[in-house]
Design a protein around this ligand. Structure first.
Ligand code: AMP
Length: 417
């Protein structure tokens, strides 16, 4: 495409501290959140005639961490297609050549709120169990593709008012270092499993721990293990669940074991104490049964020793969750990931720039005529964020906090199955 034609297709608009330069098909941009990678806006897409979310990645190749994450996301989103994982509708860059290449814009299905907002709501068993079921379906699908997330948290999970749920990202690359002895940097660790905090080997049920923490937070209305840093994170876990057995400690490497063994010993609390009846709707026999099932599920997910923790499949079969079981959602065919070296890649800034640029060009080619892969038809109609014709771009109330971006408007959650 020639330069002039391309220039005419784009326009720029200020959103908070950032300028979005987007295709003219996207109008009425409004900030809805921000994360480690950048700002997210809602917009109306005049081609698809629907609301979308647009995330701007500014110079994603600038360092290893950003580059690996952006590249991994672009590659994985191309392969994964499941109703509980966010779908990418379009990818573009307004820059015209590799030399000028700066920013990537990811256009996604627009959801109504992230899970941080839902946690503030009083959820009945039906909604709580349905949200958990969908999280587990999404996670199972990622696992089937060999993707173990390890960093699930409420800000990376989004919902619609009809109670449908999607996971926004693919978590930590296999090669990402996370352990107790790592330099602390600002990131939410509340939901990270003991094996991640302690830098141990891990298996797929590492993600079940995070689901347990998220479920606990939905029940309690506050973070279960609110560690102030990566060391305090471990303290919060053992204060509530108790010091783990010698058998577990023997699995740690020497320096971490020395640290862990030198912590004060804690007996921990029973799950009846940690999650008393008052936290659950238990006004009928049915609700009392559900509350005891919910507590039982929590007690099987929040187990420090991963070898004794429930698996994703077992969680999906648990009576609290299995009421929603639908084989087409649980056993969707696994996506094939072609780039086997995805997590091992190490490149210079220039190499990353070229790799990411090529991925963006590939996406542009695939989406040239509009939509290549939309969300499942059943979700298409219930866009409660549909009143986007207003042209105000009010950024004054926008949160810049990485993990509490809560600008999407959570309507009451309807549960419709
Ligand atoms: P992220 O940069 O992906 O971590 O997203 C930051 C925040 O933006 C999330 O916590 C959500 O509040 C919001 N967000 C991101 N993507 C979407 C989306 N597709 N629909 C609605 N909100 C979103």
């Amino acid at each position: 495409m020639n330069r002039n034609k391309r220039e005419k297709e784009y326009y720029s608009i200020d959103v908070g501290d950032s300028t979005f330069t987007v295709l003219k098909r996207y109008q009425n941009l409004r900030p809805i959140g921000s994360g480690a990678q950048g700002i997210v806006c809602s917009a109306y897409d005049h081609v698809l005639e629907r609301n979308v979310a647009i995330k701007k990645l500014s110079r994603p190749f600038q360092n290893q961490t950003h580059a690996k994450r952006a590249y991994r996301e672009l590659v994985l989103m191309k392969c994964v297609n499941h109703k509980n994982i966010i779908g990418l509708l379009h990818v573009f860059t307004p820059q015209k050549t590799l030399e000028e290449f700066q920013d990537v814009y990811l256009v996604m299905e627009l959801m109504d709120a992230n899970l941080c907002q839902v946690i503030q709501m009083e959820l009945d068993h039906e909604r709580l169990s349905y949200l958990l079921y969908q999280m587990l379906c999404g996670i199972k699908h990622l696992h089937a593709a060999g993707i173990i997330h390890r960093d699930l948290k409420p800000s990376n999970i989004v919902v619609k008012s009809d109670c449908t749920l999607k996971i926004l990202d693919f978590g930590l690359a296999r090669t990402a270092a996370t352990g107790l002895l790592m330099t602390p940097y600002v990131v939410t660790r509340y939901y990270r499993a003991p094996e991640v905090i302690l830098g141990m080997g891990y298996q797929a049920n590492v993600d079940v721990w995070s689901v347990g923490c998220i479920m606990a937070e939905m029940v309690r209305g506050s973070v279960l293990f609110p560690g102030t840093d990566h060391i305090d994170q471990w303290n919060k876990v053992i204060e509530q669940l108790g010091t783990p057995s010698q058998e577990f400690l023997l699995k740690l490497n020497q320096s971490v074991r020395t640290y862990v063994e030198n912590r004060p010993r804690y007996a921990g609390y029973s799950f009846e104490k940690l999650f008393p009846d008052v936290l659950f709707p238990a006004d009928s026999d049915h609700n009392k049964l559900k509350a005891s099932q919910a507590r039982d599920l929590l007690s099987q997910m929040l187990v420090i020793d991963a070898s004794k923790r429930i698996s994703v499949d077992e969680a999906l079969q648990h009576p609290y969750i299995s009421v929603w079981f639908d084989p087409s959602e649980v056993e969707a065919p696994p996506p094939a990931i072609n780039d086997k070296q995805l997590d091992e890649r190490e490149h210079t800034v220039d190499e990353w720039k070229e790799l990411i640029y090529k991925e963006v060009m590939d996406w542009e080619e695939r989406t040239k005529n509009g939509l290549i892969r939309g969300p499942p038809a059943s979700l298409g109609a219930a866009v409660s964020n549909d009143s986007h014709e207003s042209s105000t771009n009010d950024v004054s109330s926008m949160s810049t906090d990485t993990d509490s971006s809560q600008e999407t408007s959570a309507g009451p959650l309807r549960c419709c199955r």
